[in-house]
Design a protein around this ligand. Structure first.
Ligand SMILES: NC(=O)c1ccc[n+]([C@@H]2O[C@H](COP(=O)([O-])OP(=O)(O)OC[C@H]3O[C@@H](n4cnc5c(N)ncnc54)[C@H](O)[C@@H]3O)[C@@H](O)[C@H]2O)c1
Length: 310
């Protein structure tokens, strides 16, 4: 390397350091003085997997803030129950049965929503499943289905609803991913892959909006650890308590109102990703072993006690 090349690299590294410091300072300031909350009154909020857990919680919360809710779920009765709860509180909601593992069904339901309710302005990709099996024990069709619901559905719903948001420079995409979307975990290979996909998609779309200067279209990417909704009953990491759904819902809604991109819950889970990114592999492994991350699915039974074969 010539002296000139060395100087150029040192200069670039210096600029990068200064920019990182400025970005860190801006982040710290927005933590101390969080941005104000926007209104979602009158917005049309579509939530996939609205029949249960976080989906139902978010539907009720956004309805209470004056939004019109479009509830999607494969489970008709559960979805209708969510719609009914919202209507009983005086809110506006309609339900559509949609199998988010099927692209054609997503496009069909999207068309129905556009003609009967209107253009969706906040899209929350929340529907998800977990197989709970070690990779070699997991049937191919279940791996495929996990990818179809947890990742691919995000492509098709976004294709259906983003164009109008772009046209109006107004909208919000919310990806309910997972802490499994930045930290590969034994016993969750298919689930982690699907959530890494969801995180990558959310990040990429955020950049597409930013580069096109579409400052009115926001993206939020939600990465929680285990929550007591039933989906992960029996799963547990050491030292990090499983979270209550109400707490997670409230954090998500708050982040959407503040147009915040990352929602990592609990905050200590961010440390995991920092450790993985910055420290040598054996230290990162030791940190994960300390919290028994890779045994966390050993006692998983899921919602219906659907314990996998070991
Ligand atoms: N529970 C957790 O510990 C946890 C942690 C991190 C991330 N997440 C993610 O949060 C999201 C919500 O999870 P939850 O805990 O509320 O789960 P949940 O099982 O309570 O809700 C999931 C909903 O998705 C619906 N659904 C399943 N397959 C569908 C399909 N093919 N088409 C349409 N709807 C379908 C279900 O009927 C259900 O109503 C999921 O994406 C999940 O991966 C959950």
């Amino acid at each position: 390397m010539s002296l000139l090349e060395g100087l150029v690299i040192t200069f670039r590294f210096g600029v990068l350091m200064i920019m990182s410091l400025i970005a860190g300072l801006i982040n710290l300031l927005s933590f101390i003085f969080p941005p104000g909350k926007k209104s979602v009154s009158g917005e049309i909020v579509l939530i996939t997997g609205a029949g249960s857990g976080l989906g139902r919680g978010m539907a009720l919360s956004f309805a209470r803030l004056g939004a019109t809710i479009v509830a999607w779920d494969i489970n008709k009765e559960a979805n209708e129950a969510t719609v009914q709860m919202i209507r009983e509180e005086g809110g506006k909601a309609s339900g559509f049965v949609c199998d988010c593992s099927k692209r054609d069904d997503i496009y069909r339901a999207a068309q129905e929503v556009k003609s009967s309710v209107g253009h969706v302005t906040i899209l929350i990709n929340n529907a998800g499943i977990v197989s709970g099996r070690k990779f070699l024990d997991c049937p191919d069709d279940l791996i495929q289905k996990t990818m179809d619901i947890n990742t691919n559905a995000h492509f098709w719903t976004t294709k259906a609803f983003l164009p109008h948001m772009v046209e109006q420079n107004h909208g919000h995409l919310v990806s309910i991913a997972s802490a499994a979307g930045f930290s590969g975990t034994a016993g969750l290979a298919d689930y982690c892959s699907s959530k890494f996909g969801a995180v990558g998609f959310a990040e990429s779309i955020r950049h597409e909006m930013r580069i096109q200067k579409l400052s009115g279209v926001h993206v939020t990417c939600v990465c929680p650890t285990y929550i007591n909704t039933g989906m992960f009953t029996g799963a547990k990491v050491k030292e990090i308590e499983n979270m209550e759904p109400d707490f997670v819902v409230q954090q998500i809604v708050d982040a959407v109102l503040r147009n915040q991109f990352w929602v990592v819950l609990p905050w200590s889970a961010s440390a995991l990703s920092a450790i993985q990114g910055l420290l040598p592999l054996p230290i990162a492994d030791a940190a994960q072993d300390f919290i028994n991350q890779h045994q966390s699915m050993d006692n998983w039974v899921g919602r219906q006690g659907e314990k996998k074969d070991k």
